[in-house]
Every structure is written in C-alpha cells, then in structure tokens.
Design a protein around this ligand. Sequence first.
Ligand SMILES: NC(=O)c1ccc[n+]([C@@H]2O[C@H](COP(=O)([O-])OP(=O)(O)OC[C@H]3O[C@@H](n4cnc5c(N)ncnc54)[C@H](OP(=O)(O)O)[C@@H]3O)[C@@H](O)[C@H]2O)c1
Length: 313
Amino acid sequence: MEYRTLGRTGLKVSAIGLGTMVHAGHFGPMKDEESLDAIDAALDLGVNFIDTSDAYGAGYSETLLGKALKGKRGKVVLATKGGNVMAGPNRGKRIFAVDYIGRVMEESLRRLQTDYIDLYQLHNPDVEVIRNGEVWELLERRKKEGKIRHYGVSINKMDEGVAAVRDGRSDTIQIEYNLLDQEPAREVFPMAQEANVGVIVRVPLRRGLLTGKFTLEDQQRFQGEDVRARNFAGEIFSKELAKVERLRFLAKPGRSLAQAAIAFCIAQPAVSVVIPGARDGQQMRDNAGAAGVRLPAEDLRRVEELWRNGFRP
Ligand SMILES: NC(=O)c1ccc[n+]([C@@H]2O[C@H](COP(=O)([O-])OP(=O)(O)OC[C@H]3O[C@@H](n4cnc5c(N)ncnc54)[C@H](OP(=O)(O)O)[C@@H]3O)[C@@H](O)[C@H]2O)c1
C-alpha cells in the first residue's frame, strides 16, 4: 500500500481507502458478513482510511464499523459526517444547526464505539453554510475537547469546493472525481493543493459503472433504495455505458478497469486518498490493487482528450 499525507492534518493515509455507504444497503441488499469481510480485507491490505456517515442506513454503517473495529481502532483513520438527513421526517434536508450537529456527533461517537473521530465532515453544506455557518465554532470547540481531531467538508459542486478552500477552515474536502467527471482537476484540486487542504476522492468507480461490468439490462435490478435507481436508467444510462466502452482500452491483462479508474484518481498529486465502496473482500482486494498501478502518460492524455471532446457535459 502507498501512504500519503492528508493535507495539513498531517495524517498518513493509505492512497486507497474504503467507502462504506454500500454496507448500509444503498446499493441494494447487503449481508453483514460481506461488509465485515470488506472491512477485514481492508485492514489486512494496509488500507487505513475508512469513510462513513451518520446518514448511511440512518447510522447502520457506523454501528457496523464500531463492531468491526473493536480492538483495532488505533489502526484506522476514521472519517464520518453529519448534517445530511437521509431518513425519517426530515429526509432530504441538510441541517447544520449547532445543536443538531452537536447531538448527531455524540450519536456517531457512540455508534462507532470510540472516544474520538479522526475527521468529522459536514455532509454536503452549501456555500452559505461554508462561509457563514455557526457550526464551525462548534467544530473548533469539539476539536479542543479532543472529540474530533480534524474537520472538513464533503461537497457536491465546484463553487462549494472553491468556497471551502478560500474560507480556510476546512482541513479537507471530499469530492466526486472520476474518469467521467474530471471537473475538479481544473480549479478545485490546484487550489486545495496550494492551500494544503487534504483531498478525498469519492465515487471513483461512478457507482460501479467504471468497473465495466454493467450492461443495459442491469437497470432492472437498480430498484427502491438503490442510489442507482434514478440515474442508471433509460437514455442517461445508455450514454454512460457508451462512454465506458471508450475507456476499455485502460484495462490490460493484470489491470482491471476498476483498478485503472482508481489509478486515474491517485495520479492527481492533489489527491491524498480515494475511497471506492467495496461490497465484500473480493472488491476490496481488487480496488486496493490499484495502489500499484501507474497509468502511462499516453493513457492519461487520451483520457483527458475524451473528457474535453465528448464526456464533459
Ligand atoms: N455526499 C457524500 O459525502 C458522498 C456521496 C457518495 C459517496 N460518498 C462516499 O464515497 C464512497 C464511494 O462512493 P460510492 O460507494 O457511492 O461509489 P463507488 O465507489 O464509485 O462505487 C462503489 C460500488 O461499485 C461496485 N464495486 C466497487 N468495487 C468493485 C470492484 N472491484 N469490482 C466490481 N464492482 C465494484 C460496488 O457496487 P455493486 O457490487 O453493487 O456493483 C460498490 O458498492 C461511499 O462509500 C461514501 O463513503 C460520499
């Protein structure tokens, strides 16, 4: 495994981490044995950065991680999030009120069975919260108390990334970046690198699409709570599949398309850690194998060309 410094936090993190959204059933039904297998495989492979949120399965992913990491807490850099409500009467809302975040942070600590969270992230705040939210003062207080070690944001839009870096209070930003969404490389990554803000790349496999394993028929099984139910359907899905066909040249004997997709993300010097979701130990092993993959300059050039002339919306 390769280790990098997570910006100004100084934390040494594995270049390949583990995203645990899948373990809460957001990608179709899951068995706990599979999730635990993925977490155990991660630790065996030297993966030390694990990302979760209180929103994943309304705390289910945190509870599972708490159990899985019993006696192994010191081996991982644990990142969670709060503020994005994905269940109950407030479903769909973003709440960054001081009393709310104060309460859900305590709940996260309890579920994770730990005294401290290495990285607490505001889960999808908008520019207004990033610039003017009172929640930052709470985060600083909790840091002084030792309940969290560092704090940052997970964001959706480029202007939020720019605002977070300019604002200066986030130690890290978590953002989607992959072969089909290369926009962060234009402005957000260089700014973050310059400011020594740690960059965590999420959704590197475009929710499994960039493994090359899907066909149009797969849309039938993306149902209900599966996050792919909305976008992996109809014309949008067939266009995405066509783009993946144009990326198949990246897979070679001994290098899966998933590994190439993850290697593409870690080729960015601003990126500290990439957090592909892994359903089980097998996916975790495949993903961790990307740590040894360096895409040749010619491949990176072709990928950028595809982005500029076709993939970019
Ligand atoms: N707003 C936010 O803060 C936010 C939003 C999204 C994600 N995240 C974080 O980012 C993490 C990663 O994003 P993601 O899980 O949405 O997307 P992703 O990492 O792009 O895709 C993960 C999915 O791809 C499939 N997969 C993974 N490795 C594979 C392999 N080697 N071979 C074949 N299939 C494989 C699995 O689904 P199947 O087996 O079902 O195909 C897995 O659930 C999340 O777990 C979460 O921690 C944060």
